[in-house]
Design a protein around this ligand. Sequence first.
Ligand code: SF4
Length: 744
Amino acid sequence: MTATHFRTCPLCEATCGLAITMDDGQIAHIRGDDADVFSRGFICPKGTAVKHLQEDPDILHAPLVRGADGELHQATWHDAFRAVEHGLAPIIEQYGRNATALYVGNPSVHSLSATVMLPALVKSLATQNYYTAASVDQIPKHVSCGLMFGKPELIPVPDIDRTDYLLVLGANPWVSNGSLATAPDWPGRIRAIRARGGKVVVVDPRRTETARKADEHLFIRPGTDVFLVLAMAHALVDEGRVDLKGLLPHVAGLEDLSHLVAPFSPEAVAPATGIAAADIRRITRELANAPSGSVYDRVGVHQHRFGTVASWACDIVNILTGNLDRPGGRMFPLPAHGFPDPDAPSGRGWRTGRFSSRVKGHREAYGQLPVATLADEIITPGEGRVRALVTIAGNPVLSTPNGRRLSDALEQLDFMVAVDPYVNETTRHADVILPPPPILTRHHYDFAFYGLSVRNVANYSPPLTAADGPDEWEILSRLALVANGQPVDGDASVVPSLALHSVVQKATAPGGSLAGKSVDEIVAAVEHRGPVERILDVRLRAGPFGDRFGDNPGGLSLAVLEDNPHGVDLGPLTPRLPNALKTASGKVELTPAEIVEDLPNVERAVDDVPEDLVLIGRRQLRSNNSWMHNVPTMVKGSNRCTLLVSPADATRLDLVDGRSACVRSRVGEVEAVVEICDDMMPGVVSLPHGWGHDLPGVRMDVARAAGGVSANDVTDEGLVDPLSGNAVLNAVPVRVHAAAVAVP
Ligand code: SF4
């Protein structure tokens, strides 16, 4: 029997709709869902890889437990959970909660069960050693937005469907399909900006795929975006172009800004950035004069020593040009599950530095410590040394700086449990691996990405096939039970039940969107659903578009989403300020103390002598961080782990296209195939990250054979942005020389 099912692609932030045709229980083919309200048929090549990810012979379908022979062996779920209890509980009891660490990788944010249940696990472990992929990616944006708007999740996104001017810094959305700005089909949306007479400008040390399709591309020295955007703010003040439009009554600190940006004139920063002062002033004028515009900043801006200041400065430029909270500028999405009332004032504000890491004293940000320091916490003796590690959907050996050092450190753990479908470069160190159910047996709703969406939409996908093992909510709940000192085989449903009651209590409290209703009444109304769907249903129904359990007939609920498999369009973004602000002042804080204190360091760095050669990363259309290289169609053709080198650097370093080169940094050395490419700025080389799967014990045959090296064997764990803890993964100083023998 043939049937077509519609579901949201769970692989990246774009949330495209997939149409999956099943033939007698097997996936026949996957294409874009033409009727999807958001993606309208668009998918990228990764979308079709869902079939392989579902059927990959290397995916685990049963847990693995390390035996007395030191090898990982298949085990029953009962024995695997018992092994977790025997490994984890005594460490907590003997050494305390900070002897454990938790690392959560990027794919978990695409899992409905993980998103809903992770807070319970974090709370149960109650360790300060909590790390996520955010500290090698976007945490500077969370910190700058937390300080400016009062909530780290309150991130304005570029309103690309209505903008007249898009300035892209350190992002390559033509290939990545956007990040911290959820939108399927960035290529189509960029084309549309130009087709309606708008302008797209890309600033990047590489002429990226996005840059090639833009109106203009400017090379910039890696790590200097902070100078560029501060110079743009300077130019706006200097040339009298500051115009906040309707935002003026809702900002605090405007009078201090001109003094703070005074040292960063375009003329002062031009030598450091490599961009002429006249060009900096020109693009600033173009942005200011455009009917609407947006500065869009991503990893190339955030993975630096001044990532948080740079992120802040980008939004300062958006604000000074009147482009915050205005159609075509940067706007705040209103997610359907926003809860209890996203526009209710709170007035508490937000801060970082509530505690520090044991070894290096890195400050906490967003409840986390920098993953760059995880190895330090494992290998450094003393009270509070990390002895047990829990990883959820993460591969930090490939995705965090100085991965080799971390890999060695993992061998020193007393116990490690990983929730992961693969035996990869990180999980090969685990004592127990608990595989989540295969990708199409999971239900799906994008809690994280509808809060970052360029249009308000909602879409729910039920499981497409049945799973053999426990759902991810049960796996995480049992880990939470152990962390709480309870028997691992206790009633796992207690954990989501507590989470549900917490949500309902908030919604029904005075001032909540369900105030006046009883907790029992709400709980009973969703009781027929699974543990995770109950929580989703309450959040949808209590949310800004919700049916409020009968008070708003026709409003949203999980049942409505089930009746609309192509999603529900909730319309374009609308202005949300000042109500959405959660700062203590109730205003946008333009000059947070943490930022102001770091600005003198930025000023001193303007005159630093540039490094001779620096390494940057790059995004590839058929890669998704470290975990899609086991899909044969994803590692074919042009998707290769090569070292991009400019012709000028190739000549001066005696490098030959197709031959191998050694890339050496303070922490290590890798050997990669050279690809001479005039898209590279001289003085800059590029390696993609997530490659290098041929380590002992890895059970991913296609990935092992794909070759490549891990860029994070040369990135430096000692370099972080002190305000956010984000690793410095771009602008890494390196030496490159021709290798003696070509890499096949
Ligand atoms: S762009 Fe992202 S969401 Fe869309 S098909 Fe590709 S991987 Fe899936």
